[in-house]
Ligand binder design. Structure first.
Ligand code: NAP
Ligand code: MG
Length: 526
């Protein structure tokens, strides 16, 4: 374990030891790739008849792991195990649950570098992004524990109603729902599995985890941390396999009491509708896509704006739900800003993301790679490439899914790609006459996840007041629309970007995993 703590601050100025430890972990994995990993059901490793192979997007010939192709039967087994474990876990004192989850967070921190290196290989994340995803997960779990403690387990004494000849007490308690499903996306496989899982578990639910098919390995390593912390068998279950079959079977099962789904709008809305066809309404938390705007005023510090925009447009290859995918610039500073964006983008280092010098790795899979080519074909008809537009196929790029970070200007605002999430390193830039025009465009989409602004202090108030987004950043060179940390920037979306209206890693989040019960007791006055 490192003798420094990776925090939001060290992310921008890492000590040398971070690199040494990461490199050691990477070498260890490289010598030991390709082993088989099981499902975890009722505390036991379970193997399916069918398997699938997991390759790195850096090199399509490098096999990372062999995983189980779970089916409907495994979905059922995992849910039944969670159902069986629920009564005892839900009645375990919350202080005891907190203790076990703090242990899980500690194990994640102890394994930070091994997990970060595996994450870079599986997702194609650069090392800082990979380590950030892992550390953030430990912090999200700790934050859920902190919230449980700060609220004394959500037991609140209410008023005593004045009854003649009787004493009344009323107590509000929050109690867990039951069996909770966590379905996570490929791009933040740690934080977006471990965050919801940690909250569901601290609250007293038992869970089934289903990761994305692109990232089953790293999520199994996360499940090991939680399991090794000593949670009772069946409290945490893990299944891998196709979303369309295994995932759908989980969603459709009558055993299920609640869901947290993080992923695309289309899949999320389908799950929402399917989950609604039941005998009563159960909770479902959806964290969906984004089409995040950055607005640049004529009064902006253009150096900060350019730095923040390229970071957020191209960090993790633009495959963040919070990526800055639309930029609106006031006419007087448009040419200047676009020139700066071009310069900074062309300086970005693309390559094997485990290399410390590299900022952009590959996109996640062939389907993303093919999308990149077809979106650029379409954009070449509609606008002008400021920079990028091509896939990289030579030399070190030949066996991976590498794409140039791409900026496109002069695309008419009516074009569908100003509205649709591309989820790639492609950002469109548009010139506006006024900030009001920029705001109208910014709010014109179905999404409302994050947004960024660069301008004067007076304009910032106006921005916060008008933007439709769950996370709004102003004058931030570290990222126009990206970068959230539990306890600092709780993360969630409005409109088509999220269903609960409460942000993960914030003070309203944990209660989403519980329902309220009022205990009224009346005794005769003695
Ligand atoms: P995705 O294709 O929607 O998949 C998300 C998860 O759903 C995967 O585990 C997938 O499994 C599973 N799934 C697919 N069909 C299912 C079904 N019928 N029933 C149950 N589960 C099913 O998303 P992705 O490509 O992994 O992630 C990218 C998307 O996530 C983007 O839209 C991004 O904006 C969004 N995202 C949002 C947030 C946020 O906090 N708001 C954060 C990160 C990402 P398979 O992989 O096996 O198909
Ligand atoms: Mg892969």
């Amino acid at each position: 374990m490192a003798d420094f703590k990776l925090t939001y601050a060290t992310m921008f100025n890492p000590p040398e030891e971070l690199h040494t430890q990461y490199d050691a972990s990477l070498a260890k994995w490289r010598a030991n790739l390709g082993r088989e990993y099981a499902l975890l059901i009722d505390g036991k490793d379970v193997f399916a008849d069918e398997k699938f192979e997991d390759y790195t997007p850096i090199n399509i010939e490098m096999k990372l792991a062999v995983m189980q192709k779970g089916n409907e039967k495994h979905a059922q087994m995992a849910l039944e195990a969670a159902r069986k474990a629920f009564p005892e876990w839900s009645r375990t004192p919350w202080q005891e649950r907190v203790k076990l989850l703090r242990k899980a967070a500690q194990l994640i921190e102890e394994r930070l570098f091994d997990l970060g290196a595996a994450m870079s290989l599986e997702v194609g994340k650069n090392r800082m992004e990979a380590l950030g995803d892992v550390q953030e997960t430990a912090d999200l779990i700790s934050y859920a524990c902190d919230q449980m403690e700060a609220n004394s387990g959500y037991v609140v004494e209410m008023g005593r109603d004045p009854l003649p000849n009787h004493n009344a007490t009323n107590v509000s308690v929050l109690r867990p729902h039951g069996v909770w499903l966590v379905v996570s996306p490929f791009n933040f496989p740690f934080a977006l599995t471990g965050g919801p899982a940690g909250s569901a578990l601290v609250a007293g639910n038992t869970i089934v985890i289903k990761p994305a098919t692109d990232t089953p390995w790293i999520v199994r390593l996360l499940v090991d941390c939680i399991h090794d912390a000593g949670l009772p068998n069946g409290v945490v279950n893990f299944v891998t396999g196709p979303g369309r079959t295994l995932g759908q079977a989980l969603v459709d099962s009558p055993i299920l009491d609640g869901v947290t789904f993080t992923g695309s709008f289309d899949v999320g809305m389908k799950i929402y509708q399917d989950f609604g066809r039941r005998n009563y309404v159960r909770p479902i938390i959806l964290e969906l896509g984004g089409k995040n705007p950055a607005i640049v005023s004529r009064h902006a510090n253009l150096e900060d704006a350019a730095a923040g925009i390229v970071r957020s447009a191209f960090g993790l290859q633009g495959q963040k739900c919070s990526a800055a995918s639309r930029v609106f610039v006031e006419e007087p500073v448009y040419d200047d800003l676009v020139g700066r964006l071009k310069d900074l983008t062309e300086k970005m280092v693309i390559g094997d993301p485990t290399d410390r010098k590299v900022f952009l790795g590959p996109v996640i899979n062939k389907s993303s790679y093919d999308d990149f080519k077809s979106f650029n074909e379409e954009l070449s008809q509609a606008g002008r490439f400021v920079t990028g537009g091509q896939v990289l196929t030579e030399g070190e790029y030949a066996r991976g899914f590498f794409c140039q970070p791409t900026l496109v200007a002069d695309v008419p605002f009516e074009h569908r790609l100003w509205q649709q999430e591309m989820f790639l390193p492609i950002t469109t830039v548009g010139k506006v006459e006024s900030l009001d025009e920029a705001m109208a465009h910014a709010n014109s989409v179905n999404y409302g996840l994050t947004a960024g602004f660069y301008g004067s202090d007076a304009e910032v108030d106006w921005f916060f007041d008008h933007i439709e987004a769950g996370v709004a950043y102003a004058n931030r060179p570290q990222g126009a629309t990206t970068g959230a940390w539990p306890g600092f920037q709780p993360f969630g979306g409005w409109k088509g970007s999220g269903s609960s209206g409460k942000n993960a890693g914030g003070h309203y989040y944990l209660p989403l995993y519980m329902h309220e019960q009022i205990h009224t007791l009346v005794r005769p006055k003695s």
